[in-house]
Design a protein around this ligand. Structure first.
Ligand code: PEP
Ligand code: MN
Length: 343
C-alpha cells in the first residue's frame, strides 16, 4: 500500500502515519519527493483498513500497489530516482559512461585503461577483481589486490569505481574499495547476496539474469530496497535466446519498460549484450536512443591478450571514437555525457 500525504504536511504528521503503521506490524519506507511525500507500507493489507488513515486530514489517499514489486515501482516514487555518487548523479539529466577491462589483470593494465577512458570522457572505471567464470580453470580474479589497484586508479584519475561482488562474505571488503557494487547476471537471484548488498549502504548495479523476466529482475531489486538501500540501478546485459551469432541478445525494450514501471536508473551493457566488439558502438547508440541513463563498456589496452572477454573489448582508440560519436548523439537527445571535473 502507499499512503500519499498532502502537500504542506509537517514532518510530525508524516511521522504519525509511520508510527501507526509500524505499530500495526507494517514495514514502513518513506519516499520524499519535491511535491509529495509517499509512505510505503509493506504488510498485511487487511489490517490497513482498521487504521482508517484516510480520516487524517493530511492524508490524501491510500492506494494499494497491485504489482508484486512495491518500493521499486513508480507508484511508490513517481519521479526518477537520482543516485549521487561523488560529484555525479546517475538517473539525472546526464548520461554516464562506465568503462574498463572485464578483469583487473595488473596494476599497470588498470592504470593505463583508467587514464585512457577518463581522457575519452568516462566517469566510472569498471573492472572485476572477483570474476564469476563458467570454468573453474579460468582466471578467477586478483581479489583484494585487484581492488587495491582499482582504488589506486581512482586516486590517480578521479574516476569512481564499479566492481563486482560475487559472495555475500566479501560485501564489506568490496564496499570498502568500491563506489558501486556490481551484482552480476549469474547472481541476480542470490538473495543472501542481495540482502548483504542492501546492508552495505553502497549503490548497487543489478545486472539482469541471463534468463530473468522483467518481473523477476524487479523483485531482485525489491530485495535490496526492502533491505533499506534505495540506491539501485538496473543493468540490461542481454539474455539467452536461440540466437548464437551474438553472445546474448541485448533486450533494449527493457529500458523504456523499466522506466515506465520503475523510478530506478537503467544502465546498458552492450559488451556482454553482444559479445562482439564490432557491435558495441552501434548498440551503445541504440541504448542511448532508447533512454539509457548510462552505459557500461569493456575496454582493454590489448584485447587480444585479455584474460577474459577480449572478443568484446574495445581498444582505447575505438572507445575514443565511440565516445566522440556518443557525445554528439547525447547532445541531440538532450542528455549530455557526464564528465570528471578536472582538478
Ligand atoms: C562482467 O561485467 O564482466 C560480467 C561478468 O558481467 P555479467 O554478470 O553481465 O555476465
Ligand atoms: Mn566481462
Amino acid at each position: 500500500m502507499i499512503i500519499v500525504i498532502k502537500k504542506g504536511a509537517t514532518a510530525e504528521q508524516v511521522e504519525e502515519v509511520s508510527t501507526r503503521l509500524t505499530e500495526e506490524g507494517f514495514k514502513v519506507h518513506l519516499s520524499q519527493g519535491v511535491e509529495k511525500t509517499i509512505v510505503g507500507a509493506v504488510g498485511d493489507r487487511t489490517r490497513i483498513e482498521a487504521l482508517d488513515l484516510e480520516a487524517l486530514p493530511w492524508v490524501e489517499k491510500v492506494v494499494p500497489i497491485l504489482a508484486p514489486y512495491k518500493l521499486v515501482s513508480r507508484e511508490f516514487h513517481p519521479t526518477d530516482s537520482i543516485i549521487r555518487i561523488g560529484e555525479h548523479e546517475i538517473g539525472g539529466n546526464k548520461v554516464h559512461m562506465m568503462a574498463g577491462p572485464c578483469a583487473v589483470e595488473s596494476r599497470a593494465q588498470i592504470l593505463e585503461t583508467a587514464h585512457a577512458v577518463r581522457e575519452a570522457g568516462a566517469t566510472f572505471l569498471r573492472g572485476g577483481a572477483f570474476k564469476p567464470r563458467t570454468s573453474p580453470y579460468s582466471f578467477q580474479g586478483l581479489e583484494e589486490e585487484g581492488l587495491r589497484y582499482l582504488a589506486d586508479a581512482r586516486e590517480e584519475t578521479g574516476l569512481m569505481v564499479v566492481t563486482e561482488v560475487i559472495d555475500a562474505r566479501d560485501v564489506s571488503l568490496v564496499a570498502h574499495y568500491s563506489d558501486i557494487l556490481q551484482i552480476g547476471a549469474r547472481n541476480m537471484q542470490n538473495f543472501i547476496l542481495l540482502k548483504e548488498a542492501a546492508k552495505s549502504g553502497k549503490p548497487v548495479l543489478l545486472k539482469r539474469g541471463p534468463s530473468a523476466t522483467l518481473e523477476e529482475w524487479m523483485m531482485a531489486a525489491e530485495y535490496i530496497m526492502d533491505g533499506g538501500n534505495y540506491q539501485v540501478m538496473f543493468c540490461e546485459r542481454g539474455i539467452r535466446t536461440f540466437e548464437s551469432y551474438t553472445r546474448n541478445t541485448l533486450d533494449l525494450t527493457m529500458v523504456p519498460a523499466l522506466h515506465s514501471l520503475s523510478h530506478l536508473p537503467v544502465i546498458v551493457d552492450p559488451s556482454h549484450g553482444t559479445g562482439r566488439w564490432q557491435l558495441v558502438h552501434p548498440m551503445a547508440k541504440a541504448s542511448l536512443a532508447a533512454g539509457a541513463d548510462g552505459l557500461i563498456v569493456e575496454v582493454h589496452p590489448h584485447p587480444e591478450k585479455a584474460v577474459s572477454d577480449g572478443k568484446q573489448s574495445l581498444t582505447p582508440e575505438k572507445f575514443n571514437i565511440m565516445m566522440a560519436d556518443l557525445a554528439g548523439l547525447s547532445q541531440a537527445l538532450g542528455r549530455p555525457l557526464g564528465g570528471v571535473s578536472s582538478c
